[in-house]
Design a protein around this ligand. Structure first.
Ligand code: TXA
Ligand code: MG
Length: 329
């Protein structure tokens, strides 16, 4: 069970050439995107894709998102492309939107975990796009974290967890969105949102009309971004009203994740606030870094409050809900 598959002297840098060389050689490279860092490999090469699963310790039933550098490539990697999705990508690509559509034969089954649909997105990150446009293949890339843990939003987060296992981390700075892409597909000619993310429901509905949201689909256990427990710190996380929870933790070292700064910080409390002014975009950008910081501090519990149920607050609440979910022992 302790088989070490890959050992590398991991280097962080800004060289597109080095990143491309490793990818052309069939290795995995961590790449920046506007949402979170991805662990990328040649999406058309099953031998390269399998390394993503090995490094992440990701179950093979969890499909990968294919990243492209030109919008037109969507036609190459899908076998049918509904007009409703075309309208969305015309407006929101490049950006934090992933679309699901029937895959073409070019996409290996390993990428979709045997599903008939493939997830595709064009990231809004200059360096990622430049890399994608320089390569002769698209990149399969899940978030660059061990399976189930918090997604990385800086190159250092990737190094902390995958250092020694991958050859190169392409540093593109801090992610500007901070939560993963919103996943949209079609069912019975209706747009469906399967994962809340960096593109808000309000933004989608403004151009597409009302959409239905299908998270945690029990009929589709094949998509762990939708698992009840995911994106989770190692410390137990409790959600609720901070002021009501704190008195129950008087003798415990606790970390508090709040939207705005606390009025006063009681002894024994390590605070992390997400936005001085309560700005939800700023808060989303800092959410995963905050969870990581508290997870690594010497607290034994993390207490967090729900975000306003609007804009990126919805995606943040989704991640917090899954981070807090404890499997029954
Ligand atoms: O923002 C993002 O989407 C980031 C960056 C790196 O692009 N990627 C990301 O990938 O979040 P990942 O692997 O952590 O989450 C991908 C999720 C899967 O867990 C699954 O829920 C869904 O996307 N997915 C991927 N392919 C699918 C498919 N063919 N059918 C249904 N769901 C799929
Ligand atoms: Mg992930």
């Amino acid at each position: 069970l302790q088989a070490i598959v890959n050992q590398f002297d991991t280097i962080t840098g800004t060289s597109l050439t080095t990143a491309a060389q490793w990818l052309l050689a069939g290795e995995t490279v961590a790449i920046p995107t506007e949402t979170v860092y991805g662990l990328a490999a040649n999406a058309l090469d099953p031998d390269a894709v399998i390394k993503i699963f090995e490094v992440k310790k990701r179950p093979s039933f969890d499909p990968l998102i294919v990243h492209i550098g030109h919008q037109s490539q969507v036609l190459k990697y899908t076998s049918a492309f509904p007009a409703a999705l075309q309208r969305l990508i015309n407006i929101f690509w490049p950006g934090p939107l992933t679309i699901l559509a029937p895959k073409s034969d070019l996409i290996p089954d390993l990428v979709t975990s045997g599903l008939e649909q493939v997830a595709i997105r064009m990231p809004a990150h200059e360096i990622a796009l430049e890399l994608l446009q320089s390569l002769p293949f698209p990149l399969a890339a899940p978030s660059a974290n061990p399976f189930g843990y918090i997604s990385p939003t800086t190159a250092q987060h990737v190094m902390d967890q995958l250092g020694g296992q991958i050859p190169y981390i392409l540093d593109g700075g801090d992610c500007s969105v901070g939560v993963e892409s919103t996943i949209v597909g079609m069912e019975n000619d209706q747009l469906q949102v399967y994962r809340l993310g960096g593109l808000s429901i309000e933004q989608i509905e403004a151009v597409a009309g009302p959409v239905s949201i299908r998270l945690n689909k029990s009929s589709n256990p094949l998509a762990p971004g939708m698992l009840k427990s995911h994106y989770a710190p190692r410390k137990p996380l409790m959600m609720g009203n901070i002021e009501e929870m704190l008195p129950h933790f008087e003798r415990t070292a606790v970390g508090v994740l709040s939207l705005r700064p606390l009025q006063s910080v009681p002894a024994g409390v390590t605070p992390y606030y997400l936005s001085e002014s309560g700005d939800l975009s700023e808060a989303a950008r800092r959410l995963f870094a905050g969870l990581r910081a508290l997870d690594q501090s010497n607290v034994s519990w993390i207490l967090a409050e729900w975000m306003p149920d609007e804009g990126l607050g919805k995606a943040m609440n989704d991640r917090l809900r899954r981070a807090a979910y404890q499997k029954k022992k």
